[in-house]
Design a protein around this ligand. Structure first.
Ligand code: V47
Length: 359
């Protein structure tokens, strides 16, 4: 195997296989990989880089699963545990609306006391405050848990949440979709098959969702190859994923703080390889709050075409110890994109272009 054989495949529109991907994970010349990924990204999306004005809302971090990579989730008795009131969340929504938000990204821990009707009421409250704002909410892990704690099927959970205003589903909770990694880092949470099954169901019901992969902890190249293959297979089957988001592990305050944070080189490699292998995903998102704004900006030349987002108040990786800001202004995002030589395009959650009157 050589980089030239892979180059030929990419330029000829041929799919990479698992062997190619394993080779690229170990290939030393990152710039050669980046050039290929950028070529493919320009073929798909030209010079466009999408960004969005969104607000993250984490209703509560009370969670019983204790994943080793996570500091956000806390037992109910922990001094770090919190629960926002609906009033506080409505206020956050009002403020975000004034700042032009088109999306609320709503996720939380697996709370032992809250039942499905709480989440339905929450979505209805957001819709009352901001009827036009898209609600992207609840990971497959939460959906599975809501079904269990309320003794209904996941189908019913999806239907009832959709009736309450939910528009699409985020890609969290996938971690690394192999049983080996699950046993090591999150044995109390749903495994690969269930995560994929729930996304299949979401897509079959006509909704879109995203997919993630949390890298930089105990996973091997073989784990990541398996993960990406499973996502590509499901996307072949349903076409329901909108974007893939590689998540760079933030170790500082977590139970795995002894593991060094992924370097910028590793972050760029994961962006580039996602672009090259996931040929059936339209978008690769650079999530700046985990990799940092500088690396996220660079990643636009390594295959990413989406810079998410203004966020306004990120909590999950701030509790894990990230030094990135909690949110950024729209002008910061636009300037980062322009400075990197790309064309900033504001999108909504479903990648419709947002046109705004000049102020
Ligand atoms: O599922 C938890 C990860 C995810 C840490 O769909 C950590 O548009 C790094 O999924 N270091 C939540 N990562 C975030 C997420 C997401 C983010 C932005 C956009 C979208 C989307 C989805 O964060 C969790 C978990 O995989 N996570 N702890 C940590 N210490």
């Amino acid at each position: 195997m050589t980089i030239q054989t892979i180059e030929k495949k990419i330029h000829g529109g041929e799919r990479l296989d698992q062997e190619d991907l394993s080779f690229l994970f170990e290939y030393p010349d990152l710039l050669a990989i980046g050039r290929l990924a950028n070529w493919l990204r320009e073929k798909k999306n030209g010079k466009k880089v999408y960004y969005n004005i969104n607000r993250h809302i984490n209703y509560s971090n009370v969670c019983y699963v204790a994943c080793k990579f996570c500091e956000f989730g806390q037992p109910k008795t922990s001094p770090k545990a919190y629960e926002l009131s609906v009033g506080e969340m409505e206020e956050a929504a009002r403020q975000a609306l004034q700042e032009g938000a088109t999306e609320f990204h709503i996720v939380g821990g697996l709370h032992p006391d809250l039942k499905l009707d709480y989440y339905e009421n929450l979505l209805r409250a957001f819709k009352r405050v901001a009827p036009m704002v898209h609600l992207k909410a609840f990971t497959a892990v939460e959906l599975d848990y809501f079904a269990k704690i309320s003794r209904v099927s996941v189908e019913e959970v999806i239907d009832r949440l959709a009736a309450a205003g939910l528009g699409s589903f985020p890609g969290g909770g996938a971690e690394v979709l192999t049983e080996r990694v699950r046993q090591l880092t999150h044995p109390n949470k749903i495994g690969p098959d269930r995560w994929l099954q729930i996304h299949r169901l979401i897509h079959q019901k006509g909704f879109r969702s995203n997919a993630t992969m949390l890298y930089g902890h105990v996973e091997t190249v073989a784990d990541k190859v398996e993960h990406l293959q499973k996502l590509r297979d499901l996307q072949d089957e349903t076409g329901g994923f909108q974007t893939f988001i590689p998540l760079s592990f933030v170790p500082e305050e977590t139970p795995m703080s002894h593991i060094p944070k992924p370097t910028a080189m590793e972050d760029l490699r994961h962006i580039a390889l996602s672009r090259l292998f996931l040929d059936n995903f339209d978008h690769i998102k650079a999530y700046w709050v985990m990799m940092g704004l500088g690396t996220a900006q660079l990643s636009l030349s390594f295959g990413a075409d989406d810079l998410d987002g203004t966020l306004m108040k990120e909590t999950i990786v701030h509790m894990a110890g990230t030094k990135a800001p909690e949110g950024v202004s729209v002008s910061t995002l636009i300037n980062l994109i322009k400075e990197a030589g790309f064309l900033p395009i504001e999108r909504d959650t479903l990648y419709n272009i947002v046109e705004r009157q000049a102020a």
